[in-house]
Design a binder for this molecule. Structure first.
Ligand SMILES: Cc1cc2nc3c(=O)[nH]c(=O)nc-3n(C[C@H](O)[C@H](O)[C@H](O)COP(=O)(O)OP(=O)(O)OC[C@H]3O[C@@H](n4cnc5c(N)ncnc54)[C@H](O)[C@@H]3O)c2cc1C
Length: 651
């Protein structure tokens, strides 16, 4: 039975999805592999002629081999099998741990402060640079398709400040020109709309219906009448209880003040301490089908469902239930910054076909010009990075991949030392290099293990930056005719493994052409938040992280095929025939943790936040990364790099 269903799904089909190491690591349980056993593959030289990570498929993101040394360090077993570190004899001005946008921006700022001859080494544990800003490439027949493996776009809930905007402009990115490249009416011109998929396990039947309320407000953010018409259509189609339909209509049409007699501030203070799920159930008194329907809506932003998102934040997102509460529009205390609407910020948006991997690539081009040919924002899109040029002895900036920093320490007392020594694991061996300074632009939870000399209070603050676990899955399909037949451009699926399915944003730029006709291959983007509803947010994240590390690629692939078959089958989709390649970008350490009024009392009460304690410069070691601002956005990764570099160069 299982086998025949697998055949229908196409589990036997030869697609590009599993390379050798993925298969072995996944079946053995990736987190259990001793770090030095990855030696051969992880050490595959980035100088080799065929080394080109963007075109790899299968399990990407935090791919097998990238995290084993760090986990062994965490488990206290690393040094047992490490042997004596080998001194490379290399001496730099700066060693940066982490080759994401923050680490690359730190190198850029350091050169601006100290001159282009400053010698800089950037270490990253992945086989590619960019951190979360990762490029996925596909070839389907003769079509070349790009996908974003993580960071999707230039966007932020609050406007980019002078520092981050300055970098964007220095890189030649003309954000206001975005409308020239995106075909924003393409899907609508084929009759495609956002839809919701109700699944039989959660709602009793598989059914795809119109989404009346994509992310809160109506689809285009205007015409209330359009919204009312969509709601009517939705209520006629949705497989939810009649009572749930009446309750949803009531939420929209009969605004009620659920806290009469309180001031706006008092109401917001109450809403900041109650989840939206509990608000809907206990205060608005709606049928449980409504709660189930909204449960996964915040996954894309917070990585948790409405059980762990404050009602005050739901009000900020324009979710229903608050229209009669007479709340002052000013942001309430403890609101998540994502939930505070800001028009200027909304306008500052740019999506490259590979997401913000383009920013990472433009930064690399600035640091090592001949590694990525060209000199403009548009010509970088199709430019092929030459990985062999990233780590050359004559170069002032070197980017060393597949290299996990395992110890960063001052040579002597932190107050008087002249140098920092960095040890890193690469291809089953440990090496050391020295520098005047180090910037740790890596994930904060890693830092207490690699930098033991930090004060305990700072280590605790660093450890509290629990990352949000996510899957960003790209499925290259041979055409999108089934999407056209079912009339869907994006699908919110509250009960499914991936809660979001989206056709790629149609952007053509720099000679790259997106799919314009339903007969053409396209990348379908799917998003999963690995959360565990009912637990406090940080516990949901750590349980989700474990889940992602221990789920095999095969299991994920089966879920992907099954979900697409059930959702798009009525439109003729055949997973065995239509799927050309699958890349799962696994991010057990995904978004930076953002403070949440339900679980972080300091965020409501004010005072020093953990990220301020965590990011303090210690001697010659400064700390960057988006974690340093507890804000999961590219501008913050850049801002924190700027601050960290300023702190070590001002002396
Ligand atoms: C799936 C996803 C989607 C996102 N979408 C957006 C978006 O659309 N817009 C937006 O603005 N932001 C988005 N973000 C947030 C994103 O994290 C930031 O925008 C930014 O890319 C973070 O950069 P960073 O350098 O601070 O961290 P990272 O990109 O995480 O880079 C840190 C690097 O340090 C490495 N590292 C960790 N430990 C070590 C070690 N011991 N040795 C060597 N290297 C180490 C990590 O592996 C990683 O490569 C998204 C994040 C995720 C996960």
């Amino acid at each position: 039975m299982h086998d025949s269903h697998d055949r229908e799904l196409g589990m036997h089909r030869k697609i590009t999805r599993r390379d050798f190491i993925n298969g072995v690591a996944a079946t053995a349980g990736a987190s259990m592999m001793p770090w030095h056993l990855f030696a051969e593959d992880a050490g595959k030289s980035q100088n080799a002629a065929n080394y080109y990570p963007p075109s790899l498929t299968g399990m990407r993101g935090s791919h097998p081999g990238s995290f084993d040394a760090a986990h062994s360090l965490r488990d206290g077993t690393f040094w047992d099998s490490a042997g004596k570190p080998e001194d490379t004899g290399e001496i730099y001005d700066l060693i940066i741990v982490g080759g994401g946008i923050s680490g690359l921006a730190a190198a850029h700022f350091y050169r601006k402060a100290m001159g282009n001859s400053a010698r800089i080494l950037i270490l990253d544990n992945h086989d590619d640079f960019g951190g979360h800003a990762k490029r996925n490439e596909f070839r389907v027949n003769s079509a070349f398709r790009l996908g974003f493996g993580g960071t999707f776009s230039i966007e932020s809930p609050a406007p980019y400040g002078a520092v981050a905007k300055g970098v964007i402009e220095e890189l030649g990115i003309d954000v206001p020109s975005y409308s020239k490249y995106v075909n924003k009416d393409l899907y609508r011109s084929f009759g495609l709309r956002p839809r919701i998929f109700f699944d039989k396990e959660t709602f009793g039947v598989d059914k795809l219906v119109i989404n009346p309320n994509p992310r809160g407000g109506n689809e285009s953010g205007d015409a209330a009448s359009a919204s009312a018409a969509l709601l009517k259509q939705f209520l006629a189609e949705a497989p939810i209880a009649d009572q749930a339909k009446r309750d949803l209509q009531r939420l929209y049409d009969e605004p009620k003040d659920y806290f009469p007699g309180l001031t706006s501030d008092e109401k917001k203070a109450k809403l900041a301490r109650i989840s939206y799920a509990n608000f809907l159930k206990d205060i608005a008194g709606v049928h449980e089908d409504i709660v189930k329907m909204y449960q996964s809506l915040p996954h894309g932003l917070f990585g948790v469902g409405i059980d762990a998102v404050a009602a005050q934040d739901a009000w900020g997102f324009d979710l229903p239930g608050f229209a009669g509460m007479k709340l002052d529009p000013a942001p309430g205390k403890g609101m998540n910054r994502d939930a505070i609407p800001n028009e200027e910020a909304e306008e500052y948006f740019f999506h490259f076909p590979d997401g913000n991997a383009t920013i990472a690539r433009l930064l690399v081009r600035k640091l090592i010009p001949d590694a990525i040919p060209g000199n403009a924002m548009s010509d970088v899109i199709l430019a092929k990075a030459n990985y062999a040029r990233l780590d050359r002895s004559g170069s002032s900036v070197r980017i060393r991949l597949n290299s996990t920093a395992v110890r960063v320490k001052h040579l002597g007392d932190a107050n008087s030392a002249k140098e920092v020594e960095v040890s890193y694991a690469r291809a089953g061996k440990v090496y050391t290099a020295r520098a005047k300074n180090s910037v740790l632009a890596c994930w904060h939870v890693v830092i207490p293990y690699i930098c033991e000399e930090l004060p305990d209070q700072q280590k605790d603050a660093l450890a509290s930056a629990q990352k949000v676990p996510l899957l960003y899955t790209n499925v290259a399909v041979r055409n999108w005719m089934s999407f056209q037949k079912v009339g869907a451009s994006s699908i919110y699926a509250p009960g499914m493994y991936h809660s979001g399915v989206n056709l790629d944003l149609p952007v053509s730029i720099g000679g790259y052409e997106c799919a314009r006709k339903p007969e053409e291959p396209i990348v379908v983007h799917m998003m999963k938040a690995a959360c565990h509803p009912g637990l406090p947010a940080r516990q949901q994240h750590s349980a989700g992280r474990m889940e992602l590390y221990t789920t095999t690629f095969e299991t994920m692939e089966r879920k992907i095929r099954d979900q697409l078959a059930r959702t798009l089958g009525p439109g003729g989709f055949d997973p065995a025939r239509d799927i050309a390649a699958i890349t799962v970008n696994r991010w057990p350490h995904g978004y930076a943790y953002e403070y949440n009024s339900l679980f972080d009392s300091f965020w409501l009460e004010g005072g020093v936040t953990p990220c301020e304690t965590a990011r303090k410069t210690y001697g010659r070691i400064a700390i960057a990364n988006a974690d340093a601002g507890a804000y999961a956005y590219t501008d913050e990764a850049i801002n924190q790099a700027y601050r960290a570099v300023a702190e070590i160069t001002k002396a």
